[in-house]
Design a protein around this ligand. Sequence first.
Ligand SMILES: Nc1nc2c(ncn2[C@@H]2O[C@H](COP(=O)(O)OP(=O)(O)OP(=O)(O)O)[C@@H](O)[C@H]2O)c(=O)[nH]1
Ligand SMILES: [Mg+2]
Length: 320
Amino acid sequence: MKFKCSHESCFPDTTCALGHNNRAECEHWTGDAQPSEQDLESARSERPESTSDIPWNGYVLGTSDLTILGGRGRPAVIGLIGPPDSGKTSLLTYLYMWLLEHGEVAGWSFAGSWTLGGWESVVQYSRWTSEPPPSFPPHTSSSGRHPGILHLTLRSQATGRLRDVLLTDAPGEWFNQWSRSPNSSSSEGARWVIERADALLLLVDTGALSDREKLPATRRATRDLMERVGAQASCRTAVVWTKDDVAAPDAVTKMIETASGEFMPAAQTMRTTIKDPDTIEACFAWAIEAATAKFPMQIEQEPRLSHDPFQALRRFYERH
Ligand SMILES: Nc1nc2c(ncn2[C@@H]2O[C@H](COP(=O)(O)OP(=O)(O)OP(=O)(O)O)[C@@H](O)[C@H]2O)c(=O)[nH]1
Ligand SMILES: [Mg+2]
């Protein structure tokens, strides 16, 4: 006998969305009304090994998981967009490695993450643990319709306040597809990023622009993307020239700069290379500032008035 949950927010790798410790007690659990102990045992053994005992699995968050996080304030969303191989996942890898080394980025201290497993899987290719030496992350899968979302909680060193920041890691094919037909059902994931982002980083792949074979397709994809983003994005945007360690021909660079000036005149321009992590820190410093400045509302720290949780809450409300 197979058991399945019919609730739209319930997923096999996390706990019951309605809080049932025993899923068989939930009305959305389809199977026998009175499952035998043997059925229950086989249902338990069917749980995937990665099943979490909490409502999220610690890897990337999906759009349905964001409701859990939204409970403590609106998170700032930073969208990374760009053609395939333009370096989106590499930028995130270097951000995480920067945080591991420095514990802070641009005046924001690392204060937690709900997707540590996701960050770790992004950087696993970049760690030098043994031979062979580290390589770049593999292509981001375009299966599934929703972007993988990585989470950081940051604490402002200036004000001490917390801020939840979400960074999207979506496959480049989505954005190529979206720039060609933004309303098609296959552009849903890219639309999600463009519409929800509080700051957008549009990546220009200097490496591909310097490659004769890749140049025509990359130039067209980048220009199309700039035109669409310029017309549809309502948040702050930056054009990030990645792989700055490679030189693209001047004429090609000029052409893309002209398109950027024409379609995204207000966008910030930045250059990054993994050979100089400071350039990547500067890029995220801008993005975090741009995304968080849009929503000055921040998580308030309640004063701790007692170490007893009940007393602490009561005294807080007595004072107000
Ligand atoms: N030379 C150089 N190469 C880079 C740099 N950053 C990334 N790359 C290269 O770009 C390739 C693609 O990087 P990814 O970060 O996987 O690109 P992506 O945009 O996430 O690609 P998709 O997920 O397929 O859309 C890597 O395999 C590296 O070879 C850089 O700063 N300099
Ligand atoms: Mg990727």
